[in-house]
Design a protein around this ligand. Sequence first.
Ligand code: ADP
Ligand code: MG
Length: 699
Amino acid sequence: MPAVKPEFGAQARQPISVLHGVGPAIARKLHERGIDTLQDLWLQLPVAFEDRTQIVTLDALQLGQTAQIEVRVAAVERGFRFRPMLKVTVQDESLRQLGLRFFHYSSSQASQFQVGRLLRCYGQVRLGANSFEMVHPSYRFITEDQAGVCRDRLDPVYSNIDGIGAATLGKLVRQSLQHLPPEADLELIPEALLRDSGLPGFGAALTAIHEPLPGTTLAELRTGRHPAMQRLALEELLAHHLSLRKQRLAVKAKAARRIDPPASTLEPFLAGLPYRLTAAQQRVIDDIRGDLRSGQPMLRLVQGDVGSGKTVVAALAALSTIRAGGQAALMAPTELLAEQHARTFMDWFAPLGIDTVFLAGKQTAAVRRQNLQCIADGAGMVIGTHALMQDHVQYRQLDLVMVDEQHRFGVDQRLSLRDKGEFEAHSPHQLILTATPIPRTLAMSAYADLDVSVIDELPPGRTPVQTVALANSRRDEVIARIRDYCGQGNQIYWVCTLIDESEDIQAQSAQAAFDLIAGCLPGIEVALLHSKVPPAEKSRIMRDFKDNRIQVLVATTVIEVGVDVPNASVMVIENAERLGLAQLHQLRGRVGRGSTASHCLLMYQAPLSAMARERIEVMRQTDNGFLIAEKDLELRGPGELLGTRQTGDTGYRIADLSRDASLLPEVLRLAERLMQRYPEQSDLLVARWIGSAARFAHA
Ligand code: ADP
Ligand code: MG
């Protein structure tokens, strides 16, 4: 196996200050964006490309097209109607005319436009008052002998960095590329492993993207199909995968408390449950107990569809830990869910003599102080939102960290809770729960640091939820049905959806729905829940709903995850067309938890887009979370599935999991070989793409 030469990558690691024009001020700005070395600049790929390889004649222009034209000034008009405006009418040999419009310009700029002068413009074609126009196109005047001569390749466009313009960054990148060493000093994927893929080397790929060769098309680059893009995406996915695998190794190298209570310790708890565990739950618990007794930190993801009974699995893991003298913490993504869990665990654990502490964001100082004290004194079970991992929360002996609905958190949050239980060579056990069933390859890349157990069976006696779709115009009919359902003793969720609106507006719209529904249903107890309802009131409403003192709960999507009220059997979702499949599935999962037949009414605003129609159709046809997730992946890409929707950032520079999913099997294969046979290369790959900031550095 070829060892990496010590000087390997020396060129790549040179500081950007070796470039002309990089003084301390620019170096600082680039540093803030994580750009310190030449290699960091190489990896600043263009954000777009402009096609100036051809001239489009005015008669061939299409509305909306971005194009290069070569024209002569035909007339100039300076107007001041509402604000200063320069309008230049231009014309080409096709004798068509087009307007160039500028709202900001200097008078010297204006005076350059003399009738008859020849210029090149590049911009987007819009519809003007009586002809096509371009607003603020980029342009330059050319001489007669430059006429008709075009560039032979696409122009890369770079991003703006605070205080550094795109053009300046582009120049720096071009300059850095002059220092690109030969492939032998760049390539980290051993040739033997890459040979069959037909993809170019790393350096060749970089050059091909920064300086596209003649003949490279915009489409190839935009869709990522260009071999150079594929090559870099492959390498990036590989680096991320390796980084997760290394994190895993680093954690597994630590010791963890051996937790192995005799089965009889769990019996009083199991005997108190009103049901028997399903075979799937039992299997997953066996996996967990195996991890807990191994002496190495558990790193396990439990995947189970909505309603499959993950909470009780978490409780059993906690109970084992607490009986062994440690503490267990459970983190939930919303306060509502955390509080529900707190209540469930208190009911379960109090009879066993175990203290459960609920740490909420909005508790009074006195309550909070008392809770913190209990945690420091070693209360067995601690439940809360991300408040659990704040600095001032000190645990006595945190041995098990559990995260519910992991897809709602970033990876960072999970890791910082783990840090709470870490000391020297010890790490707590980690159990991650998620309802999001993700396709296998995607799971292997996103959760490469975790072992996975699946609860692939629902508790017995559930009847599938009947789903129907109704246009908003049939709201009266829906309300009449609600009245009937209530008459039969059912409880109902009515969910108002407004996406991307402020919490205030969401609350207002829920309030309006509440007023209407409550007005139409005299004698029926209707309550309203949204994020602006004070916490104490929220708790009261949830308790009353759970105890069937409220029949209809009008709510925003605050109830989306985790809420468990088995007697609720009808879910109405307003404007269902605005929600993605994952969200619809989660919401619908709030019903169908008891033995009564449940219904889901999806209301929508007509006309439906093709995509929305398809989503609603999928919801009507299946309640299998796995099928729904696959459909979601197909329709929308993996952001939703992997929980990156919240952060809006997948952490990738080039790769795009939905576009590049086909690379994943190759990524897994390469990772295996590299880890085994080329450890140095894999370290360097991680450093190249993720850098010294990588979490694994202090895992
Ligand atoms: P999720 O996996 O969505 O978190 P929960 O843990 O909230 O599911 O459980 C859903 C419902 O199923 C709860 O009402 C719970 O009491 C019930 N449940 C869990 N396990 C079983 C079981 N083995 N048999 C019957 N009901 C169960
Ligand atoms: Mg749950």
